[in-house]
Design a protein around this ligand. Structure first.
Ligand SMILES: [Zn+2]
Ligand SMILES: [Zn+2]
Length: 343
């Protein structure tokens, strides 16, 4: 099969590799659509260090089952599927708490955040454990279905962890894929004002069609002053979905008493300044959220199937597998949101 093999930093080669063989509890999936995540880009560019070359990245994907291992019960050849990148043992105490993303005995397919990483979906085929497979409803396109995991991640952060409620005022920092999906979820969850902060006017304009009621460019405006002009009493929730440490700091600096923060986007090593006493008197509540668990995947599928949210709205580019290097270059463009690879 053809696969995009990451052989080193900035060294991504599309070549023939052996088709993987599914184990008894796995399925071989013909990949139809796979999103490029910043995690993939950071592996390519060398910003991410916790991986071994050669590797096949790609963890946001959908496809068709080509072959099933003999213990597979709920899926058959020809089924259209959505894959979760997280597979878990189902038996350890984390799994039994429903927190499968912590499982030490599981693996992540083509992604990050777990100890074991298996080959991902920038390839014609990928193998997926049955516990990571979901049936794709017919009214969801393969491209939209590939965005189930990022939609589920935003849902988990915004609704399950930050517990956004109808009528609340929200600030989102970062109008990238995750920030925009979070904004679409917040709109449907009944947020009153959704203020999007970014440093890119093109993205801020895009955000206006994804649920943002107000946009602030923090390059040419003081974001704290601008937020408090719109919300004199301050935000109920600040959702950081940007990545740089300055964004994590800004989330704290935007708080009034009782604000709930979600440090959702930062995977950059380093520290920020936090005053525990100030947190105490402000009763600042801090959440963080990474990856997904099965409930979040199922809710994301429900949101798409019921046409409440269409995540394919954020797709700006599509490339065949052969052109994945061009796609990686486009990741640097100021005028892109989600890029899809169609192997
Ligand atoms: Zn991702
Ligand atoms: Zn487990």
């Amino acid at each position: 099969m053809k696969a995009a093999v990451l052989e080193g930093v900035n060294n991504l080669i599309v070549k023939e590799v052996p088709k993987p063989m599914p184990k008894d509890d796995m399925a071989l999936v013909r990949v139809k659509s796979c999103g490029i995540c910043m995690t993939d880009y950071k592996a390519f560019s060398g910003e991410r260090l916790n991986l071994e070359f050669p590797m096949i990245c790609g963890h946001e994907f959908s496809g068709v089952i080509e072959q099933t291992g003999k213990n597979i019960k709920f899926f058959k050849e020809g089924d259209n599927i959505i894959a979760s990148p997280v597979s878990s043992c189902g038996v350890c105490s984390d799994c039994r708490d429903g927190l499968t993303q912590y499982c030490k005995y599981g693996a992540v397919i083509g992604g990050d955040g777990m100890e074991t990483i298996i080959d991902g979906a920038f390839a014609e085929y990928a193998i997926v454990p049955e516990t990571s497979l979901y049936h794709k409803p017919n009214n969801i396109s393969f491209d939209a279905a590939a965005l189930t995991e990022p939609l589920a991640g935003s849902y988990k952060g915004m609704i399950e962890y930050s517990q956004l409620k109808i009528g609340e005022n929200l600030v989102i920092i970062g109008a990238g894929s995750m920030g925009l999906l979070a904004s679409m979820i917040a709109e449907k969850a009944g947020a009153a004002k959704v203020i999007m902060i970014d440093i890119n006017d093109w993205r801020l304009n895009f955000a206006k069609n994804c649920g943002a009621t107000h946009v602030i460019n923090s390059n040419n405006t003081d974001p704290i002053q601008a937020v408090y002009e719109i919300l004199p009493k301050g935000p109920d929730v600040v959702f950081e979905a940007a990545g740089p440490l300055q964004a994590a700091q800004l989330a704290f600096d935007l708080c009034r008493r009782g604000t709930r923060i979600n440090e959702f986007g930062v995977t950059t090593e380093g520290s920020i300044k936090i005053s525990p006493a100030e947190m105490h008197w402000k009763e600042t509540r801090v959440d963080a959220s990474f990856s997904v668990y099965p409930k979040a995947m199922q809710h994301a599928i429900n949101l798409m199937e019921s046409r409440i949210i269409d995540p394919s709205k954020i797709i700006t580019h599509r490339y065949p597998l052969e052109d994945i290097n061009e796609a990686m270059n486009t990741m640097n463009s100021k005028e892109r949101i989600k890029i899809i690879i169609n192997p």
